[in-house]
Design a protein around this ligand. Structure first.
Ligand SMILES: [Mg+2]
Length: 226
C-alpha cells in the first residue's frame, strides 16, 4: 500500500526545458543589442557549449561567455543578460495545467508528499515557492544536500528515512527514466514514469519490472490511479 509519493521537480511539476531555452535566447538577444559582437545563432551555440562544459547548476555561464568573446569578462553585458534571463524565466514559469489539482487530490487522499531533486537546494526551493507548491511537501531533499545525485539509491533511501516510510510504501514520479525510474526501482520503490512515449529499451525494462512501473503522459492521470 502506497503511503508516500515523491516527485521530481524539473519537467515533472512544470515545463523547465521550454522556458529555459526561451529565457536563454532572450538573454543573448539583449546582450547582442547591447554590443555583444556575435550573431544570435553563434551566441546560442557558444552558450550551449559553456553550459555543457560547466553544468547547468553553474551560475556564471554568461561571465564565461563574455570572457571567451572579449578575452576578459564584460560585467555590464553579463548584468544585462542575467536580468533578461530572470525576467523572462519568471514571466514564463508555469505549472503544467494539472499539477495543482493533482497535488490537492493526493493531499486530500492523505498521502505524504515529498520531493527528490538533483540540483542546488536554494534554486529548487525558489522554484517551489514561486510556483506556490512548497506547502504541499512534507519533505524536500536535493542532491546538493545529500552529496549524491539520482539515480544513486542513497538519495532515495535518505528521502524515505526522512519521511519515515518504507520502500514498499513509496512511489517516485519523474520524467527521467534513468534518474527517477531506475533509481527508484533500484531503491526498492515503485515508480510512475511521466513521458510522451517509450523507447524500446524502456519497454523491455518495464516488462521485466513485475508491475512496479506505471506510465503516464500527463501528470493529471495520477488522480485516476491514487
Ligand atoms: Mg526532471
Amino acid at each position: 500500500m502506497i503511503k508516500a509519493i515523491f516527485f521530481d521537480i524539473d519537467d515533472t511539476l512544470y515545463d523547465t526545458s521550454g522556458f529555459a531555452k526561451l529565457a536563454r535566447k532572450a538573454a543573448l538577444n539583449a546582450m547582442i543589442a547591447a554590443g555583444l559582437p556575435l550573431t544570435h545563432d553563434d551566441a546560442y551555440i557558444l552558450l550551449r557549449e559553456i553550459i555543457k562544459e560547466k553544468g547547468s547548476n553553474y551560475d556564471q555561464h554568461l561571465n564565461v561567455l563574455t570572457k571567451r568573446v572579449f578575452g576578459e569578462e564584460n560585467l555590464l553585458l553579463v548584468a544585462i543578460g542575467m536580468i533578461t534571463y530572470h525576467n523572462v524565466k519568471f514571466a514564463l514559469l508555469r505549472l503544467f495545467p494539472e499539477t495543482m489539482s493533482t497535488l490537492i487530490h493526493l493531499k486530500a487522499q492523505g498521502y505524504n508528499l515529498g520531493v527528490i531533486s538533483n540540483g542546488l537546494t536554494i534554486k529548487q526551493y525558489e522554484k517551489l515557492v514561486r510556483l506556490g507548491l512548497h506547502h504541499f511537501f512534507d519533505s524536500v531533499i536535493t542532491s546538493q544536500e545529500t552529496g549524491v545525485e539520482k539515480p544513486d539509491i542513497n538519495i532515495f533511501e535518505l528521502a524515505m528515512g526522512r519521511m519515515g516510510c518504507k520502500a514498499e510504501n513509496a512511489v517516485m514520479i519523474g520524467n527521467s527514466f534513468s534518474d527517477d525510474i531506475q533509481g527508484a526501482i533500484n531503491a526498492g520503490m515503485s515508480a510512475i514514469y511521466l513521458t510522451p512515449q517509450l523507447t524500446a529499451s524502456e519497454k523491455e525494462y518495464i516488462n521485466k519490472s513485475n508491475g512496479k512501473i506505471d506510465i503516464i503522459s500527463d501528470i493529471g492521470e495520477i488522480k485516476n490511479k491514487m
